[in-house]
Design a protein. Structure first.
Length: 259
């Protein structure tokens, strides 16, 4: 079993999907978790479930596009947890998918700010809280922008995800002397509520190059695409079992991105 018992971990984007699965997994393994999301009802439901199973959790309602509030929320949760051993930068959106030519600048900024800038701000808030004793940071990126580029219209999303991996590698070197490890997970298609909120503009059809997978686009025979599968990898990267792993992106996609 992964040794994250009593570790104090903050998770952004914890209200649903991968963030929710990660929060529940960490609590199951004995970690104390601080949760951040814009959806208060989702946070409240998760915290109640964790307490029903004798776990310990706290939350702060935060729009991660609000930089000042995000830094404040992480600091407040770390105070409630009694310190900070781990951070999971999971908050993100698919945003609006449209051809580069027609993509509105405000839609570009919304995706970049939600996914990439919030990751930078979360790191900025967490580093002073972890420098003395070390710790582990995991960023939820994607196969998009790192291994695949065939989701037409997803330029802003893919750019934000590629940026997260570059930021992760820069941070891994910069923070190594503080014994803070930084890694990323790159999921493939995962069954989460984020998919239903994606806005795909009609003009995207005009730039698509059709790609067909008659036998399916997930080579692994076993069932893939579940949030819990990503949560398990995140838990490993937070735990000391991954103590020599830093500056690495781990693909969690059932080999989907190799097609």
């Amino acid at each position: 079993m992964m040794d994250i018992r009593n570790k104090r971990v903050v998770i952004t984007g914890a209200g649903s999907g991968i963030g929710r699965a990660t929060a529940l997994k960490f609590a199951e393994l004995g970690a104390v978790v601080g949760l951040i999301d814009i959806n208060e009802q989702g946070l409240d439901d998760i915290v109640k479930e964790i307490y029903r199973h004798n776990g310990e959790a706290y939350y702060e309602v935060v729009d991660v596009m609000d930089e000042e509030r995000l830094m404040e929320g992480i600091a407040q949760l770390a105070n409630q947890l009694g310190g900070l051993d781990g951070l999971v930068c999971n908050a993100g959106i698919n945003g609006t998918w449209a051809p580069i030519e027609t993509l509105k600048i405000e839609d570009w900024h919304r995706t970049i700010d939600t996914n990439l800038t919030s990751t930078f701000v979360s790191l900025k808030a967490a580093i002073p809280l972890m420098k003395d004793d070390g710790g582990s940071i995991v960023i939820t990126s994607s196969i998009n922008g790192n291994r695949i580029y065939n989701n037409f219209g997803a330029s802003a999303y893919s750019t934000s995800k590629a940026g997260q991996v570059s930021l992760m590698k820069m941070a891994a070197l910069e923070l190594a002397r503080c014994n803070i490890r930084v890694n990323a997970v790159c999921p493939g298609a995962i069954e989460t509520p984020i998919n239903s909120k994606t806005i795909i503009e009609k003009e995207t059809e005009e730039v698509q190059i059709k790609v067909e997978f008659p036998e399916g686009d997930r080579p692994l025979k076993a069932d893939t695409g579940q949030p819990e599968q990503v949560a398990n990898v995140i838990a490993f990267l937070i735990s000391s079992q991954s103590g020599n792993v830093s500056g690495t992106e781990v693909y969690v996609d059932g080999a989907e991105s190799l097609l």
